[in-house]
Design a binder for this molecule. Sequence first.
Ligand code: TYD
Length: 213
Amino acid sequence: MSAAIQPGRFISFEGTEGVGKSTAIDNLCVRLDAEGVAYIKTREPGGSPFAEQLRSLLLDVKTQINDDTELLLMFAARSDHLQQVILPALAAGQWVICDRFVDSSVAYQGYGRGHGDAQMLAKIDSLIDRFVPTLPDLTLWLDLPVQEGMQRAQKRSAADRFEQQQLDFFDRVYQGFQAQQQAHPQRIQRVDAAGDAEQVASRIWALVQELRA
Ligand code: TYD
């Protein structure tokens, strides 16, 4: 008789612009490869064919939508991504490494757009409640001063619809991540994202090891 498949672990990465998520994710994947852990690497908004179409619309600087529409599109993309990609991978025993997840909606739509307004936060909570059956086992919040991250991000390609926002928007997004971490201190671990990439990778690996125990 074959042993039951052990569900995979779900890890999300979060943070404001330019904190080094992509490098941190790549470094984690190198370590998972070395340990022979089966995983998929994915991202939000996006990660499934339909959600990637929504991503293009959401990031396009020509897109003009109100805050509720933006919020609903983020969750429409997330719902498709969950059903098509994340849940099947976890059920098959694969780990899921996801660049952003629900905490970005709280931080960007709830605090960035909504200024932490209680009604906006309640809408997001209810969307999570109804449409997100599985939260990450571990969320790594890469913490770097907003301005430092923005300077790094500006060196990259042309700004998308979110990157075009001003400093005060990203200050609020930062507060959103901070509030989420305080509300969910078990799931969300703060990672000091300053220092070189190898140091950050080691900090992350230590936290991921605890999940494997
Ligand atoms: P990402 O590709 O991670 O951008 P970056 O490389 O700049 O970190 O994410 C795209 C943008 O989408 C990012 O600016 C944050 C935003 N976003 C939201 O506003 N809400 C969400 O729920 C998610 C998942 C992302």
